[in-house]
Design a protein around this ligand. Structure first.
Ligand code: C2O
Length: 576
């Protein structure tokens, strides 16, 4: 019998097949199913009980855990009186814009009694992201972490931590948040500030009647912990710090960064930051330290000037030390002043892409289209249905356009070529008139309004400079772009100088993110490649500014090849 006998061949073939299967299983992800029931739940905080909108009765909402390459099927069933939509913040949604979630942008909301399956694959991303409601102010209580682990057998580019812990910051109101925002929009004024910040849903011991609602992290000396920080607060950027500890920042917005040590982390709403915390080996058993977060606030308005705290507690594993229970003091972290922009700048300047062979920084080196957007506040006239003082209301705008939410989803209008009466394609590439953006405001601070988009051909390389304005007051605005990551190539104070500033851009290892704080009284330059067809929302992640119109959308057209086109909508896509 020769070696080429059918039996030997068959054996070899089956062996090969089995091997191929193994290789494929290693590189292609699995499908993970989640069921999200949107329902009311009574929750008590600060000695007050209120009914809040939750996923599965949990607050904060359930954690999604997946691996890079996995497909997620999240079935959302709406059992509450509000219209709902959910957004998977930072997930690229390559050609699956239907699953992105912002209401009236990529989908009509899920109405009471209806359901919708969000169907998307996590491609080329690993790290911490999060999900939240994307309609009105429902994200005040509808949010949770998304943990994306690297593919199987692929290590982190840093030592494997002993444990991984999501730390999600939120904002808590004693009153009903839907009532707060609808009343504010009705009167044209500012909505009430929150009553507390929270860590994993808990305000902590620095508030009245809240000591029992404190997040506690138990650590073992000598071990390293990966803290997955998420800022889910509605309207506040936050400083985070742990007393007597420094952390090492290793990732931002699900992209690895060059590690650096810091005792304070700045995190804007929408951003995520992974940090390594090493529990010191020479700290006594039962020693406790406060980990706390409080606002970085630059705007003209008042803000919630309180501090949320959790407790870091040391536990020695050996039984000999277990018995000794000394009364050790609870140490508190030190914070910069609430408006310390210098500190904020120093922190953001430390963020650099890893930019290695394995994790390259694919910064667009050439630019096809340049945009210059002013972002900031202004005023607008009131509509007949509003009850405002002086007939004016606070508004917010990009290039003086305050975005008006359409009655149907932009993505559907785009896909079915029915944009007429829904949106126009004349969003200005530059401010309609020039003024000293960060100086004395112009006489006329009225904004215009409309549902305007920018249309981009597939694979346009975009450079966008966002300039804060000091109309009403300079303020840091955390701008979030859906559907893409972008590179932050430059930033500065005062007015952007198109002649001299580009020479200073970092095209080697700039940080890659989905949300960037436009510096208070300054500007930021970002670049991204428009390689994802669809309609992509861009807005300030301070929810109050989004409510006032600081938002717009990019329409990215299909490419020529079949795999460069937006997929058709799923059959269960909600109707308006
Ligand atoms: Cu996290 Cu459009 O938002």
């Amino acid at each position: 019998m020769g070696f080429c006998s059918p039996r030997v061949l068959l054996f070899a073939l089956s062996f090969l097949l089995a091997f191929a299967e193994l290789v494929i299983a290693k590189h292609v992800g699995i499908t993970r199913h989640y069921k999200f029931d949107i329902k009311m739940q009574k929750v008590t905080r600060l000695c007050q009980t209120k009914s809040i909108v939750t996923v599965n009765g949990q607050f904060p909402g359930p954690r999604i855990i997946a691996r890079e390459g996995d497909r997620l099927l999240v079935k959302v069933v709406n059992h509450v009186q509000y219209n709902v939509s959910l957004h998977w913040h930072g997930i690229r949604q390559l050609r699956t814009g239907w699953a992105d979630g912002p209401a009236y942008i990529t989908q009509c909301p899920i109405q009471t009694g209806q359901s919708y399956v969000y169907n998307f694959t996590i491609t080329g991303q690993r790290g911490t992201l999060w999900w939240h409601a994307h309609i009105s102010w429902l994200r005040a209580t509808l949010y949770g972490p998304i943990v994306i682990l690297p593919k199987r057998h692929i290590p982190y580019p840093f030592p494997q931590p002993h444990k991984e812990v999501p730390i999600i910051f939120g904002e808590w109101w004693k009153a009903d948040t839907e009532t707060i925002i609808s009343q504010a929009l009705q009167t044209g004024g500012a909505p009430n500030n929150s009553d507390a910040f929270t860590i994993n849903g808990l305000p902590g011991p620095l508030y009245n009647c809240s000591a029992k609602d404190t997040f506690k992290l138990k650590v073992k000396p000598g071990k390293t912990y990966l803290l997955r920080l998420i800022n889910a607060a509605l309207n506040d950027e936050l400083f985070f710090s742990i007393a007597n500890h420094t952390v090492t920042v290793v990732e931002a917005d699900a992209v690895y960064v060059k590690p650096f040590k810091t005792s304070i982390v700045l995190i804007t709403p929408g951003q995520t930051t992974n940090v390594l915390l090493k529990a010191n080996s020479n700290i006594p058993n039962n020693a406790t330290f406060l980990m706390a977060a409080r606002p970085y606030a630059t705007g003209p308005a008042t803000f919630d000037n309180t501090t949320t705290a959790g407790i870091l507690e040391y536990h020695h594993p050996s039984s000999a030390t277990k018995s000794q229970k000394k009364n050790l003091p609870l140490l508190k972290p030190k914070f910069p002043k609430f408006n310390d922009t210098l500190f904020a700048t120093k922190f953001t300047n430390k963020l650099r892409s890893l930019a290695t062979k394995k994790f390259p920084a694919n910064v667009p080196k050439t630019v096809n289209k340049q945009f210059f957007f002013t972002v900031g506040l202004g005023i607008s006239t009131c509509s007949k249905t509003q009850t405002c003082t002086n007939n004016t209301r606070v508004a917010a705008a990009i290039n003086n356009v305050s975005f008006v939410q359409p009655n149907t989803a932009l993505l559907q209008a785009h896909f079915f070529r029915q944009s007429k009466g829904v949106y126009t394609t004349d969003f200005p590439a530059n401010p309609p008139f020039k003024f000293n953006y960060t100086g004395t405001p112009p006489n006329n601070i009225m904004v215009s309004s409309g549902t305007k988009v920018v249309v981009l051909p597939f694979k346009t390389s975009v450079e966008l400079v966002m300039q804060d304005t000091s109309i009403i007051g300079a303020e840091s605005h955390p701008l979030h772009l859906h559907g893409f990551n972008f590179f932050i190539v430059g930033q500065g104070f005062g007015n952007y100088d198109p002649k001299n500033d580009p020479a200073k851009f970092n095209l080697v290892d700039p940080p890659e993110r989905n949300t960037v704080g436009v510096p208070s009284g300054g500007w930021v330059a970002i670049r991204f490649l428009a390689d994802n067809p669809g309609v992509w929302f861009m807005h300030c992640h301070l929810e109050v500014h989004t409510s006032w119109g600081l938002k717009m959308a990019w329409v990215v057209n299909d490419g020529k090849r079949p795999n460069q086109k937006l997929q058709p909508p799923p059959s269960d896509l909600p109707r308006c």
